[in-house]
Design a protein around this ligand. Structure first.
Ligand code: NDP
Length: 289
């Protein structure tokens, strides 16, 4: 079974080692990549994600800055913090941890982030660039999945990729990135009729729904590559994906586990984007001399 596993834990570690080396090179040139995270309120899951992001950025030698704000913060105050970080030359990446409290318009906050520092790849300018295949910050989870496929030498060209889920941060960009690598892409969502009939056609099945063990063996073709983005808790509080791993692993040729699959790649690609941003800033400043 182990040979079927696509370990984001191992591949993410490998990539973070490479990032660490590049950060050390940048530091020699006087540039320390800096990542700022804005955390609003006391959502426990958000606190855990932010802690992990900070820990990982520290481990690769980046500067990390945390702006912690109460859930009562106003939209204008939050915009003020974003503007301050936009203007801070020591910060190359800005991330606002979602979700935000209901009284704050997430879209307005994302729009306020300088696209050149939008390392989450959520700003419409960067989403647009991604759509037309221009160099930009790619949304971290789909970017991480593309890296997993690449490092495991899983061919994409000409393959039928089925994406279940069409969110702006996972499903939609995932399909675009696979399309750019010449996959034939089908999107499924909650209104899709006869889901198993479609998922069963997938050579590569990416599942990002948010429902515990929703995808069973009946949804999967023999030999399919299965990527499970879901991060859910089962009835015992154990972390699990959208795929019924024990049943699907029998049919899949390769599969990501949860935990240890897609999750570690998301943080890794956030660091990769921050590194790219710092490299770009340094290149621009050297070009100006
Ligand atoms: P969203 O809730 O934004 O989107 C869920 C998508 O799943 C929607 O497009 C929805 O369809 C679709 N869906 C829901 N029910 C069904 C169904 N019965 N059949 C088919 N499609 C369905 O979720 P996200 O994309 O943000 O996240 C998805 C999962 O991935 C979550 O578990 C989340 O925690 C996890 N996640 C993990 C990350 C990681 O790093 N590992 C990063 C980001 C997310 P419709 O549009 O019609 O409503």
């Amino acid at each position: 079974m182990d040979e079927k596993l696509i370990s984001g834990k191992a591949i993410g570690k490998e990539i973070r080692e490479e990032i660490k080396e590049k950060v050390a090179e940048l530091k020699k040139e006087g540039c320390t990549p800096g990542l700022a995270v804005i955390l609003v309120g006391d959502n426990q899951a958000s606190h855990t994600y932010v802690r992990n992001k900070q820990k990982s950025s520290g481990e690769v030698g980046m500067k990390s800055e945390l702006v912690e704000l109460p859930s009562t913060v106003t939209e204008d105050e939050l915009l003020g913090h974003v503007a301050k970080l936009n203007a801070d030359d020591s910060i190359h990446g800005i991330l606002v941890q979602l979700p935000l409290p209901n009284h704050i318009d997430e879209n307005r906050i994302i729009l306020a982030i300088d696209p050149a520092k939008d390392v989450d790849g959520f700003h419409p300018v960067n989403v647009g660039k991604m759509m037309i295949g221009q160099q930009t910050f790619l949304s971290c989870t789909p970017y991480g999945i593309m890296k997993l496929l690449e490092r495991k030498n899983i061919p994409v060209r000409g393959k039928h990729a089925v994406i279940v889920g069409r969110s702006n941060i996972v499903g939609k960009p995932m399909g675009q990135l696979l399309l750019q690598q010449d996959a034939t892409v089908t999107y499924c969502h909650s209104k899709t009729e006869d889901l198993p009939a479609i998922t069963k056609q997938a050579d590569i099945l990416v599942v990002a729904i948010g429902r515990t063990k929703f995808i069973t063996a009946e949804h999967v073709k023999d030999g399919a590559v299965v990527i499970d983005v879901g991060m859910n808790r089962d009835e015992n509080g154990k972390l699990c994906g959208d795929v019924d791993f024990d049943a699907v692993v029998e049919k899949a040729s390769a599969i990501t586990p949860v935990p240890g699959g897609v999750g570690p790649m998301t943080i890794t690609m956030l660091l990769e984007n921050t590194l790219q941003s710092a490299e770009q800033t340094l290149a621009e400043s050297q070009g100006q001399k």
